[in-house]
Design a binder for this molecule. Structure first.
Ligand code: 13P
Length: 259
C-alpha cells in the first residue's frame, strides 16, 4: 500500500502490551526485529509499548532494530510527590519516544477524563514524546447512535491545541471491540476515521490535520489486518493481544510490504 499523496502519513503499527510481560518477553522484540527488514521499514513504523517496568530493557533490546519503544501512560507532572506515577521525562530517559494516553482501560480503571488526558498529552509533547491519544465509544453508546458524538467530544477535549502532526497520533478504539474478537464493519470504521480526519483539519489546520496518523484498534489480528488497514484514513493499528507474540505482530505489519 504505497502512500496516496505527499500528505498521507507513514503508517504506524503499535503494540500495547498492557499489564503483560516480564523480562522473558523481551525476546519477542528481538524476533520482531529480525523480520523488520528494509522494505518494511520504508513502508511502516513499528512501536512496542511494554509495561513501565520493561521500558528501559525493551529500549535496550530494540536498539538497532528500528522498532520504537513507548509507554502506556504518563503523568501531566514532570516530577514530585506523585506515588506510583511515571513522568514523561522518565519515559524519555528510559528510551521511550511515544506514549499511549487516554486508553479506555485507563478511562475506566482510573476514571480519566478528557481534560486530564489533554494535560498529559501537553506535558508529553512538551517533553519531546509523541502522544497517542485514544478515543472510542462503548457498546451502549454505539447502540444509542452516539458513536460520532462521543468520539468527537473525546477528540476535542483530549488533544492539545498547539500539537503538530508529528507530535500526535490518534487511535480509534471502540471499547466493545477491545479483546472481544469483534470489529466494526469497514463502513463504520471509515465513517469514524473520516469524521476524526475532518475534525483534526478544523482543529489543527488543513495540512497538519491531513498528516496526523489515525490508528484503528480493537481485535486487530493477522486474519483481519488487511481489510482493516486498507480502509481510507486508517494509517495503522494499535494492537493489544496480537502484539505479545512476534509472529502475530509481524504478520500484521506485513500488510504493508511492497508488491
Ligand atoms: P486487542 O487487540 O487485544 O483487542 O486490544 C486493543 C487495544 O486495546 C490496544 O490498545
Amino acid at each position: 500500500m504505497p502512500p496516496k499523496s505527499i500528505l498521507t502519513p507513514k503508517p504506524l503499527v503499535a503494540g500495547n502490551w498492557k499489564m503483560n510481560g516480564t523480562r522473558a518477553s523481551l525476546h519477542e522484540i528481538t524476533v520482531m526485529g529480525l523480520s523488520y527488514d528494509a522494505d518494511l521499514r520504508r513502508n511502516v513504523d513499528l512501536l512496542i509499548c511494554p509495561p513501565s517496568t520493561l521500558l528501559y530493557p525493551a529500549a535496550t533490546t530494540a536498539l538497532g532494530t528500528a522498532i520504537a519503544i513507548g509507554a502506556q501512560d504518563s503523568s501531566p507532572k514532570i516530577s514530585g510527590a506523585h506515588t506510583g506515577d511515571v513522568s514523561p521525562n522518565m519515559v524519555l530517559d528510559s528510551g521511550g519516544s511515544m506514549v499511549i494516553l487516554g486508553h479506555s482501560e485507563r478511562r475506566t480503571d482510573h476514571l480519566e477524563k478528557d481534560a486530564l488526558i489533554e494535560q498529559k498529552a501537553s506535558s508529553a509533547i512538551a517533553t519531546g514524546l509523541v502522544a497517542i491519544v485514544c478515543v472510542g465509544e462503548t457498546s451502549s453508546e454505539r447502540q444509542a447512535g452516539r458513536t460520532l458524538a462521543v468520539v468527537r467530544r473525546q477528540l476535542r477535549g483530549s488533544i492539545p491545541r498547539n500539537a503538530t502532526a508529528l507530535q500526535l497520533v490518534i487511535a480509534y478504539e471502540p471499547v466493545w471491540a477491545i479483546g472481544t474478537g469483534l470489529t466494526p464493519t469497514a463502513t463504520d470504521v471509515a465513517e469514524v476515521h473520516l469524521t476524526i480526519r475532518n475534525d483534526l483539519k478544523k482543529i489543527m489546520g488543513k495540512q497538519q490535520g491531513e498528516m496526523v496518523r489515525i490508528l484503528y484498534g480493537g481485535s486487530v489480528k493477522p486474519n483481519n489486518a488487511k481489510e482493516l488497514l486498507s480502509i481510507d484514513n486508517v494509517n495503522g493499528a494499535l494492537v493489544g493481544g496480537a502484539s505479545l507474540k512476534a509472529i502475530d505482530f509481524m504478520a500484521i505489519a506485513e500488510t504493508y510490504r511492497s508488491g
